[in-house]
Design a protein around this ligand. Structure first.
Ligand code: GTP
Ligand code: OAA
Ligand code: MN
Length: 652
């Protein structure tokens, strides 16, 4: 056992310290890369490609030490201990192995404006907006600016820090649908979060070694401000110079300046969606911002449904729903990302490439999502939630759980009083990061390597006006159009200020890895692919839990009551004649949506009304959006769908 390990974390259990050495017949002593010592793990055991990636990163970032992550429990304990000692996480003794991290208040969400796709030609990465219009479907960066951006930020950025090497698999290790990445990071918070969010460690390194598979290179540093002054010691970052870079041609991700969620856990949005969507386009499958759930009907039949809602619009809640309709059962496969591929029979199959949930905390409660509440009391890393004096967590939506003696500390670390404080206790984008296996309704097939069969795809968003609770697309092409025309009220999951209705096609606006026009062509091409294999296409629906009445109140109770909508969708998948044609699609025919025993009176007429003036404006807005943002990249089939919708609405 090389003694250098001792001076990093001591004492260290022998069994953990040298996982890689164990498998070696002749351990080498060259645990040193370009003058930087490896304090955990063994270089000699690493695949050459990983070694090269580490060497390049060491030369660039100049860390003091290197730690090759093995993913063991004991290693994780040491990491959490070190984070606690550094004041970066606070234990939550009310639960089992749960922790709270408070970020720098300037680092609380994804930064879409600083997120770039790098390709030779701009048109590969993004659509060409109309002259004078600012594009909103991703940002392009040239190869030269990409290199410059790295050279302005990374040289020496890990001085005084340890560089962690995290091998991880998106999808179960060894599954034909899975893909591998290696994230190099100087954040222990990232390592601990990646342990929850992805399969990571020695088993993945073995996979790279034994199968010589390619991996996505992910380089991440929390950075240090140019003036060298770190604002919040326990959460170093460099908000001024944050940048998130993707180079699909090299399967490479480079992220600087933020420690937060989608900016730093590079397996998630950067890999599974942005790089993932480019791989999917090449290989003929779909990488989507979608939950996956299983729904079992009272007669025992089970179907799987995937659903795309923009960030903070209800994916986790739907994926873990407790149905109010008797005899129904919902099981969760995933809450954020789906990788979907047609099998040899033309059946669309989906895997959840993740291993955990990075869920929005506010609004999560025993009433709205008891399954999430049961998931997060063990092995969970919370970020920016409030804390209670008895060592628990608190956020908006949990008011009922407080007793009067409990004192609250808000997400910034200040005392907070219910009904007294004017600011929220938890940051609106505060999150829980929990292992999926702790979810009481995790689907028995959630790790099946061939994926689960998908019968329907749902699109949805926050639409306070005009958009009915549910409607079905007329066919696949119409469904793809519905996805392309999705709009939603902005939320706290990104850096936007204030509420406005924003286009968010396929809930993927911040996550496209390539030109949205080509993405649409790819979606349209799925129908041929499926038919050639002899399969049936999944049906496409649009749902809206967020319609409001004149008093600004939600018209539909949502959450578990959404099982009523799933019941109707399930009947439609079975071909039951329970629909009525409207200009925008098929809605439930009178009496076919089960509303018996709802706690409050619902104005069904209002909930399903399709106001002509609203839809005329909607059609015009979509046309403007396509003209301004997509231009000549828009497939003619999608324009034809919009024309047809316009004609139908005008005839109303
Ligand atoms: N009114 C209403 N609110 C809902 C419903 N479902 C979810 N919400 C609220 O929407 C917010 C976000 O919900 P999530 O399920 O965490 O959203 P998400 O799509 O998983 O978000 P990301 O993790 O950012 O991708 C929470 O405040 C929920 O309480 C619903 O059916 N009705
Ligand atoms: O990426 C993140 O930080 C969290 C998330 O799931 C989203 O915003 O959709
Ligand atoms: Mn998400």
């Amino acid at each position: 056992m090389p003694e250098i390990i001792e001076n990093f974390y001591s004492p260290i259990p022998k069994s953990v310290a040298h996982h890689y050495v164990k498998a070696l017949s002749a351990p080498t002593l060259s645990n040193n890369i370009r003058g930087c010592s490896v304090v955990y793990g063994d270089m000699a055991r690493l695949p050459l490609k990983v070694k090269t990636f580490i060497e390049e990163s060491v030369v660039l970032c100049k860390p003091d030490k290197i730690h090759i992550v093995d993913g063991s429990e004991a290693e994780n304990k040491l990491m959490l201990k070190a984070l606690k000692e550094a004041g970066a996480i606070i234990p939550l003794p009310k639960y089992d192995n749960c922790w709270l991290a408070r970020t720098n208040p300037a680092d609380v969400a994804r930064v879409e404006s600083k997120t770039f796709i790098c390709t030779e030609n701009r048109e590969e990465a993004i659509c060409t907006p109309k002259a004078g219009v600012q594009g909103s479907l991703g940002n392009w960066i040239s190869p030269k600016d990409y290199d410059d951006a790295i050279m302005k930020r990374f040289p020496g950025c890990m001085k005084g820090r340890t560089m962690f090497v995290v091998p991880f698999s998106m999808g179960p290790v060894g599954s034909p649908l899975s893909k591998i990445g290696v994230e190099i990071t100087d954040s222990q918070y990232v390592v601990c979060s990646m342990k929850i969010m992805a399969r990571m460690g020695a088993a993945v390194m073995d996979e790279i070694l034994n199968k010589n598979v390619e991996f996505v290179k992910c380089l991440h540093s929390v950075g240090t401000p140019e003036n060298g002054k770190i604002d919040v010691e326990s959460w170093p970052c460099d908000p001024e110079r944050v940048i998130i870079l993707h180079k699909p041609a090299l399967s490479e991700i480079v992220s600087y300046g933020s420690g937060y969620g989608g900016n730093s856990l590079l397996g998630k949005k950067c890999f599974a969606l942005r790089i993932g969507s480019t791989i999917a386009q090449r290989e003929g499958w779909l990488a989507e911002h979608m939950l996956i759930l299983g729904v079992t009907c009272p007669n025992g039949t089970k179907k799987y449904i995937a659903a795309a809602f923009p960030s903070a619009c209800g994916k986790t809640n739907l994926a873990m729903m407790t149905p109010t309709l008797p005899g129904y059962k919902i099981e969760c496969v995933g809450d954020d990302i789906a990788w979907m591929k047609f099998d040899s029979h033309g059946q669309l199959r989906a895997i959840n490439p993740e291993n955990g949930f990075f869920g929005v905390a506010p609004g999560t409660s025993y009433e709205t999502n008891p399954n999430a509440m049961a998931t997060i009391v063990k092995d969970t890393l919370f970020t920016n939630v409030a804390m209670t004096s008895d060592g628990g967590v608190f956020w908006e939506g949990l008011e009922d759980t407080l007793d009067k003696d409990t004192k609250i500390t808000d997400w910034l670390g200040n005392p907070w009083g219910l009904g007294v404080s004017k600011t929220p206790a938890a940051h609106p984008n505060s999150r829980f990061c929990s292992p999926a296996e702790h979810c009481p309704i995790i689907d028995p097939c959630w790790e099946d390597s061939e994926g689960v069969p998908i019968s329907a795809i749902l699109f949805g968003g926050r639409r306070p006006q005009g958009v009915p609770l549910v409607f079905e697309s007329r066919n696949w092409e119409h469904g793809v159009f519905i996805g392309s025309a999705m709009r939603s009220e902005t939320t706290a999951a990104a850096e936007f200020k204030g509420k406005m209705i924003m286009n968010d096609p396929f809930a993927m606006r911040p996550f496209f890895g390539y030109n949205f026009g080509n993405y649409l062509k790819h979606w349209l091409s799925m129908e041929n692919r499926c038919t050639e294999l002899g399969g049936n296409m999944p049906k496409i629906f649009h749902v809206n839990w967020f319609r409001k009445d004149q008093n600004g109140q939600f018209m539909w109770p949502g959450f578990g009551e959404n099982s009523r909508v799933l019941d109707w969708i399930s009947n439609r998948i079975d071909g039951v004649d329970c629909f009525e044609e409207t200009p925008i699609g098929l809605i439930p025919s009178e009496g076919s949506l089960r509303i018996e025993n709802l706690k409050s009176q619902i104005n069904m007429k209002e909930l399903f009304s399709i106001p002509k003036d609203f839809w005329l404006k909607e059609v015009a807005d979509i046309q403007t959006y396509f003209d301004n943002q997509v231009g000549s990249d828009l497939p003619k089939e999608i324009q034809a769908q919009l024309n047809d919708l316009k004609t139908r609405v005008e005839k109303m």
